[in-house]
Design a protein around this ligand. Structure first.
Ligand SMILES: NC(=O)c1ccc[n+]([C@@H]2O[C@H](COP(=O)([O-])OP(=O)(O)OC[C@H]3O[C@@H](n4cnc5c(N)ncnc54)[C@H](O)[C@@H]3O)[C@@H](O)[C@H]2O)c1
Length: 256
């Protein structure tokens, strides 16, 4: 990995930072010089990551946050400003898969609401706080994590699919609202990436991994850092004219 340090002096927040895509992205932000704030409900893995970042010489902290909780999200932003005085780059990435292999007629309202409370309401709550701060600064970048399932449908996970379509819509709507104020909002849509979130799908669907590999023209699953690199680029001045886009990082999945 090339170390560019072109985010030196920037403060970057990553939600869902403890494992998977968030973890890899947090490391990429740190590699490029940003001060990194890790937010997650998973303290153990965040602790390990923090140690790793400390050893590498990065400036980082962990703020335990449930993105579904308005008070947690408010406290997260307040703590970032208290510690570092600003927020330059936000990556709203925390998400859950919800029930896998469950058709809509069998969904409980509780399961449906849980997926929405984290995957879309959580993104909205985080964005509100971030935008209020970025408006004061007159600048900032926000990247949200959508999914290939924000482009097309899939069997047995309608809450997830619907929530990711909503992330794309929220991204586009807010990109238009805040581009004139110096805040760029975009999202990434990962294909199937090797992270803990795909375990329930592997358990629920026969030959999930083989079928997913076959569905990605590149002929393999993605790695978390491949998404992280796209997120970091969307957070840098290098992408300064990219506004409200939904960038597939999917090995060609959505081309078909
Ligand atoms: N892995 C894939 O194939 C894939 C594909 C498309 C989109 N995504 C999306 O990427 C994002 C990251 O997922 P991942 O693949 O890295 O899986 P992951 O399970 O490794 O990461 C999700 C992270 O979010 C955290 N989290 C869950 N609920 C939270 C909450 N309420 N508050 C704060 N943090 C919470 C988890 O603790 C975890 O660290 C998710 O939004 C997911 O929907 C993943």
């Amino acid at each position: 990995m090339q170390n560019t340090l072109d985010l030196a002096g920037k403060v970057a927040l990553v939600t869902g930072a403890s494992t998977g895509i968030g973890r890899a992205t947090a490391k990429a932000f740190a590699r490029d010089g940003a001060t990194v704030v890790l937010a997650d409900i998973n303290e153990k893995d965040a602790g390990d990551l923090l140690q790793e970042l400390d050893k590498s010489g990065a400036t980082a902290c962990f703020i335990k946050t449930d993105v579904a909780s308005p008070s947690d999200v408010e406290a997260l932003t307040a703590e970032i400003i208290n510690r570092y005085g600003k927020l330059d780059c936000a990556f709203n990435n925390a998400g859950i898969a919800g029930p896998m292999g469950q058709m809509l007629d069998g969904y409980t309202l509780e399961d449906w609401d849980r997926v929405f409370s984290i995957n879309i309401r959580g993104v909205m709550l985080c964005m509100q706080q971030q935008i209020r701060q970025m408006l004061k600064q007159g600048s900032g970048t926000i990247v949200n994590t959508a999914s290939i399932w924000g482009f097309v449908g899939a069997m047995g996970c309608s809450a997830y699919v619907a929530s990711k379509h909503a992330v794309v819509g929220l991204t586009k709507a807010t990109a238009i609202e805040y581009a004139p104020k110096g805040i760029r909002v975009n999202c990434v849509s990962p294909g199937t990436i090797r992270t803990p979130i795909i375990k329930p799908a592997i358990d629920a669907f026969d030959n999930f991994e083989e079928n997913m590999i076959a569905a990605h023209p590149i002929g393999r699953l993605g790695e978390p850092i491949e998404v992280g690199e796209a997120v970091v680029w969307l957070s840098k001045p290098a992408s300064s004219f990219v506004v409200g886009q939904n960038l597939p990082v999917d090995g060609g999945f959505t081309l078909q």
